[in-house]
Ligand binder design. Structure first.
Ligand SMILES: Cc1ncc(COP(=O)(O)O)c(C=O)c1O
Length: 391
């Protein structure tokens, strides 16, 4: 099938079809249905000055390009670029800014994002104001003449607070800011920020997109030609590219994204409801629960609630006992894999956030985060139940 025919099909088909086919042209030499892993650093050029597209593999690699085209289609963007990690993708987006620029940021983001912004980028003259972006009036108040970007994570890691993306986009348009959304928790299957007015979407592909806990990567999806060009330039100039093998793994993972997300979501709904009924659990954060303060917004801007839940056990001692007793759920950093991963945000993912700040955003010492995997929900509930009995 020609590239033209594939592109025409991708525009007219549903999400699951696009997840499997968008950006992927059967290998012209063999017809291989999976995108081959072009494990190569350079390419033999036919003649000097022949304008051969493939010049050097930091700049362009066919396996990576297939993934990039696939991600651009799934998020409804103009172009995508893939990076060595979610953090290097976020760093590339921040490199669109200049010294003196100001950014309004969701006050509860992944701890590594906080570390990059406060620990490194401030040093290069960027300024950040951390606000609850769930409160658009607070976002508006934080905007000043030097503000160039509104950076949002929704739902937030780990307390699952939401930002109204259509509202945030209206504010960004009015103030002429770029709206950047970290869509890692939902994946494009459950949330499409660009359709709601977002300018740039970032992902840690390490999580749900890859989905199998066997690759670290990131991507940036842009909507404007100038941003697409600059992110491509940064990818080549800084060089933090996604490897061919990782590009292949993420492409393969995405083929099952819709069915995986459906199962993550179905099991998480059951587990969140079960957790809510336990006396020893003081609070459960899950956008799919009617008790979530932004449940109505979740229903409006997401097509599912996802596989991430966090809950409050009251103290570090309780969290330690509980985590120490689990046998099926794995105590681990990261999320979005086929296996259930459970973590203690205050000492793990958000260890870089100062304690006072953690307290302000609700990341207490008794908070536990669970990334619900694809095991039988009954087995997961049985494991959580026996561990809960230890406290
Ligand atoms: C929401 C979110 N964004 C970005 C990142 C960073 O991604 P990576 O670990 O691939 O660098 C993470 C990692 O946990 C995350 O949870």
């Amino acid at each position: 099938m020609t590239a033209k025919r594939t592109a025409r099909r991708a525009k007219t088909t549903g999400f699951a079809t696009q997840a499997i086919h968008a950006g992927q042209i059967p290998d012209p030499t063999t017809g291989a249905v999976m995108q081959p892993i072009y494990q190569v650093s350079t390419y033999r050029q036919p003649a000097l000055g022949a304008g051969w597209v493939y010049d050097y593999a930091r700049t362009i690699n066919p396996t990576r390009s297939a993934l990039e085209n696939n991600l651009a289609a799934l998020e409804g963007g103009l172009a995508a670029r893939c990076f060595a990690s979610g953090m290097s993708a976020i760093a590339a987006v921040m490199n669109l800014l200049r010294s003196g620029d100001h950014v309004v940021v969701s006050r509860n983001v992944y701890g590594g994002t906080y570390r990059l912004f406060e620990g490194l980028l401030r040093q290069f003259g960027l300024d950040f104001t951390w606000v609850d972006t769930g409160d658009l009036a607070a976002v508006e108040r934080a905007i000043r003449p030097a503000t160039k970007m509104l950076y949002v994570e929704t739902p937030t890691n780990p307390v699952l607070g939401l930002t109204d993306l259509a509202g945030a986009s209206r504010l960004a348009r009015k103030a002429k800011l770029r709206l950047v959304v970290d869509n890692t928790f939902m994946s494009p299957y459950f949330q499409r920020p660009i359709a709601l007015g977002t300018d740039i979407v970032v992902h840690s592909t390490t999580k749900f997109l890859n989905g199998h806990s066997d690759s670290v990567g990131g991507c940036v999806i842009t909507t404007r030609a100038a941003d697409a060009e600059r992110i491509g330039w940064l990818q080549n100039s800084v060089g933090a590219i996604l490897s061919p093998m990782d590009s292949f793994l993420v492409l393969r993972g995405i083929k099952t994204l819709p069915i995986r997300m459906e199962r993550h979501d179905a099991s998480a709904r059951r587990i969140a409801a079960w957790l809510s009924g336990r006396r020893k659990i003081l609070a459960v954060h899950y956008p799919g629960l009617k008790t979530h303060p932004q449940h109505a917004l979740a229903k409006r801007q997401m097509t599912g609630f996802g596989g991430m839940i966090s809950f409050e056990l009251g103290s570090l001692g309780n969290a330690k006992k509980f985590l120490g007793r689990l046998t099926l759920c794995a105590l681990a950093e990261s999320l979005g894999g086929v296996e259930t991963l459970i973590s203690h945000p205050a000492s793990m993912t958000h260890g870089a956030v100062p304690k006072a700040e953690r307290k302000r955003i609700g990341v207490s010492d008794g908070l536990v985060r669970i990334s619900v995997g694809l095991e039988d929900a009954d087995d997961l509930i049985a494991d959580l139940d026996q561990a809960l009995r230890s406290i």
